[in-house]
Design a protein around this ligand. Structure first.
Ligand SMILES: C[S@@+](CC[C@H](N)C(=O)[O-])C[C@H]1O[C@@H](n2cnc3c(N)ncnc32)[C@H](O)[C@@H]1O
Length: 247
């Protein structure tokens, strides 16, 4: 399992905050079928490693498309909710220190902003370095992540309403540290049972920074689209799917 340090936002944090509601809140956060179809375009029967596999929302679709999938996740609570009875292919590990043999995968997938859960440049670089080590020459690292909006002081500290129901309301409070490129947030859930805090933290990176880290790890950018269906990136795109080739 993943060693726990003193960092309150360490690798287990996300799972501890969200495991009990992940499938309910985020089942349609992105198109899992389109993700699997996107990967299949690179060939049949690939060996795919998903970083931050969570409850298997994406991996199960990818496996159903005929690929051999291994997933790693730092959170025991997320892995306990893995959606398959066979949990042998979902492994407890920090995605910055991968317990896999070198050159043993064709594709590494890190989707749904998961790379940004590593909240330092150092951690993200380690993850890309490890991904390169796990991939055969010519293999692909696929990163799906948001494109950060331009800094706007009005947005540096915000509270928004995530959902309101007859017996619950969920507010999202965020603070953005522009210098550190970090957003620290709380989903605050009010119900008759009381208040539940769900803290999280990300370190975002621009596309240029992602490309620089990937190049340093031994990748070149192969293609980039705005989504899993291949839409072109525009100035208004909020998300990018970047495919890096191991060189
Ligand atoms: C946004 S969820 C994505 C889950 C899944 N990939 C999906 O798209 O539904 C991020 C996942 O990454 C995991 N995670 C966060 N930090 C991690 C780390 N350092 N190493 C491995 N997994 C991590 C969390 O526990 C969580 O399951």
């Amino acid at each position: 399992m993943v060693p726990q340090g003193n960092d309150p936002f360490g690798p287990e944090r996300y799972g501890e905050s969200f495991a009990d509601v992940y499938d309910e809140w985020y089942d349609d956060v992105s198109d899992a079928e389109a993700t699997a179809a996107f990967i299949s375009r690179f060939g049949p029967s690939q060996r795919v490693l998903e970083l931050g596999v969570g409850t298997g929302r994406l991996s199960l679709k990818i496996a159903a498309s005929g690929h051999f999938v291994v997933g790693v996740d730092a959170s025991v609570s997320m892995l306990e909710r893995f959606r398959s009875a066979d949990r042998s292919w979902a492994v407890g590990a920090d995605m910055a220190v991968l317990p896999v043999r070198s050159e043993s995968f064709d594709t590494v997938l890190v989707a749904t902003n998961t790379l940004f859960n590593l909240h330092s440049e150092h951690g993200q670089q380690a993850c890309l370095d490890e991904s390169r080590r796990a991939l055969r020459l010519g293999g692909r690292l696929i990163v799906e992540a948001m494109i950060p909006a331009d800094p706007d002081p009005a947005l540096d500290a915000m509270v928004t309403t995530r959902s309101i129901d007859v017996d619950t309301a969920v507010l999202t409070a965020t603070i953005r540290d522009v210098d550190e490129q970090q957003i620290t947030g709380q989903h605050i859930e009010f119900s008759n049972a009381g208040v539940r805090m769900r803290p999280w933290k990300i370190r975002y990176a621009t596309l240029a920074q992602l490309d620089a880290m990937a190049a340093k790890a031994g990748f070149r950018l192969g293609q980039r689209t705005a989504d899993w269906d291949g839409a072109a990136i525009t100035d208004n795109s909020g998300n990018a799917v970047s495919v890096y080739v191991a060189v």
